[in-house]
Design a protein around this ligand. Structure first.
Ligand code: AMP
Length: 307
């Protein structure tokens, strides 16, 4: 089933304790669509500037990603600069240059309007809303956001949330959005803002799925080497939405499996800088890591426990 993403296609400059990279491929739509492309045909709506290397678009095309909705405009590509300390769970944003995103108004090609699964990647909430306006009858609209928009465009974000079925946030964003420190309370508060499902990502501690009556917890893969967490969240969302888009149903069971596939895909992204690991990963590695997750979390029934 068709999967649509709107988000940033970016040039990132990233500093981690393990190195510095300037103007490398990044952006929420880039990580999302690359990750989702292992599972389902993915359509992208985004804008790049005159300076964006054609080779990056060729890479996405080679992965089967549909770029009809990506336009190239006069001006510079969106740029994000971030830094991570040894505590790799949260990025410190050093600079955000919206550039061509400043005057962007997403227009969906006709064939994108039938999309069943929609992911509103991390961009201005008004732009996210404009995409929802143009999709005819989506089965699931999911969104992501970040502190930049929670602080800077809160009213617009709250409006967008009313039109969203599922929100992806990290724990710091969940706290910031709701004013609740406790994650369970924060998730419940988000469920009162519009979405009926919330995924709270907690970096190396895994992710939690909250539905009205259920919580599902998925660990992160315990990795000995983590180089660059940039894009982990969008890669997670790509694996999650990609597996849902090819599932025969949308229910608690398929959502739980989607949580695991999100975690599988994110575990690859963080192993190298930018999209380097996602470029080389194979479906058989993905299958193997999915099986590792199953072993990682499997345990026997308790059996009798006598008094
Ligand atoms: P994450 O998956 O949360 O690590 O997202 C990382 C990606 O988000 C980076 O590749 C950035 O290019 C992109 N990004 C960072 N800030 C923004 C923003 N304010 N709007 C859109 N995209 C952003």
């Amino acid at each position: 089933m068709s999967l649509l993403v709107v988000g940033s296609v970016a040039l990132d400059s990233v500093e981690t304790p393990f190195g510095v990279k300037e103007d490398v491929l990044g952006g929420s739509a880039t990580y999302f669509s690359t990750s989702a492309s292992f599972f389902a045909p993915t359509q992208v709506v985004a804008v790049v500037g005159e300076d964006f290397p054609q080779a990056h678009l060729d890479f996405l095309k080679a992965r089967g990603v549909d770029l009809e909705g990506v336009t190239r405009e006069k001006g510079r590509t969106f740029r994000w600069k971030g830094r991570y300390g040894f505590q790799l769970n949260e990025a410190e944003t050093l600079d955000t240059q919206l550039n061509v995103f400043q005057s962007f108004s997403p227009r969906l090609p006709e064939k994108y309007r039938d999309a069943q699964y929609v992911f509103l990647g991390n961009i201005h909430p008004e732009l996210q809303s404009q995409v929802v306006d143009q999709v005819k009858a989506p089965k699931l609209v999911a969104a992501d956001t970040m502190n930049f928009w929670i602080n800077g465009s809160r009213a617009a974000l709250l409006k967008t949330l009313k039109r969203v079925n599922l929100l992806f946030v990290n724990d710091a964003e969940a706290r910031q959005l709701t004013g609740e420190h406790n994650i369970v309370r924060a998730a419940r508060a988000i469920l009162g803002m519009g979405p009926d499902r919330v995924v709270v990502k907690r970096g190396e501690y895994g992710a939690l799925l909250f539905e009205q009556d259920h919580i599902f917890a998925c660990p992160a893969m315990p990795l000995a080497e983590v180089f660059d967490p940039t894009g982990a969240g969008d890669t997670f969302a790509g694996g999650f939405m990609g597996t849902l888009a090819i599932a025969s149903q949308l229910n608690t069971e398929t959502l739980r499996r989607a949580m695991v596939m999100g975690s599988v895909m994110a575990s690859f992204t963080v192993e190298k800088f930018s999209l380097e690991r996602l470029r080389e990963v194979t479906r058989s590695e993905i299958r193997a890591r999915f099986a590792e997750f199953k072993r990682l979390t499997h345990f026997e029934d308790l059996g009798p426990l006598e008094d």
